[in-house]
Ligand binder design. Sequence first.
Ligand code: NAD
Length: 369
Amino acid sequence: MTANRSILVLPGDGIGPEVMTETRRVLDWLGKRRAVKFDVAEGLCGGAALDVHGVPITDDTVRKAMEVDAVLFGAVGGPKWDKLPFEKKPERGLLRLRKEMDLFANLRPAICFPALAEASTLKTELVQGLDILIVRELTGGVYFGQPRGIERLPDGQRRGVNTQVYTTDEIRRVVRVAAELARKRKKKLCSVEKANVMESGVLWREEATKVVTSEFPDVELSHMYADNCAMQLVRNPKQFDVIVTDNLFGDILSDAAAMLTGSLGMLPSASLGARDKTGRRKALYEPVHGSAPDIVGQNLANPLAMILSAAMMLRYSFDLEAEAATIEKAVEQVLAGGIRTADIMQKGKARVSTTTMGDTLLRELDKLG
Ligand code: NAD
């Protein structure tokens, strides 16, 4: 009998396989203790695929990624493949997946676990209890707009050109994703652009307003200029619930929001595509961090970002809210118990390895039942 929930696991390179191993143990726990089963297939991406197949991802792996309900992705890259030409680099495997799966909405939660609030660079009271979600448009805007390039001018100067461009459909679909998510949270959505100086921002504001007022009347929509949003994120981040913004502003604002909550080793993410006729979305879940070549093979990596990415998968691809919340609660308890990997180590706490962090988390999950 199949579990009817299909996942393609792509551990990748560096610490990717190390953090994925701990994540698989959590999925196995769900199977045993909650009877939540998955059909899990595993594949190669990045340097691991280059070493075996000579390409950063094979057509077959891309096809599988398109077929499954969710892709669980570790990290790719490393010094071994750094000198390869751009189109062969390990990172091209991930970029190809994002492009072919048309993953246009990137979800980056910034959640501050109480036990880590003191480690934030902001005052504890500003980040204690923080739980915001940034939805960044991922496949359009200035990173992809044409014309682009560096040209030589008649007077000998050079000119670099990139074009910020958005269509109504591109804006509407990402705003829709963000509004759906807001609906499941505190029902507050803040749309961020620079409508004061950019026509694409004016269009963004108009379309966001149309989508939310006509389709999500229960969601409270506000608008903010991106520069103000950057300020507000460090002044009073708890005023936000869900933020939706374009590719460029989202890139910057999501990194700023992430650092409110501490280490790269704690940050999960999700990238979602459009719904098909059955209501299913293509989706890829991955930690924000890379392959961390400096600590690979030393049992030092923090597996929590990867495990929290899997919790996002349970919530957004499989509607398993209770299971997602249980994993997040177990992470909170482990941290409250003073257990830390090196990247989040604080004075007076117990420093543990990747595997011990995994063991401790499983014990907390057992307690939660
Ligand atoms: P990185 O995120 O791999 O590492 C940055 C720093 O954070 C390192 O000191 C690392 O040890 C630490 N770190 C990262 N994740 C950690 C974890 N889970 N636990 C403990 N410490 C952690 O970024 P980088 O050094 O700029 O890049 C290394 C390689 O990863 C490069 O080849 C880069 O291209 C690739 N990369 C891949 C992705 C991806 O696969 N999505 C993202 C970023 C970077």
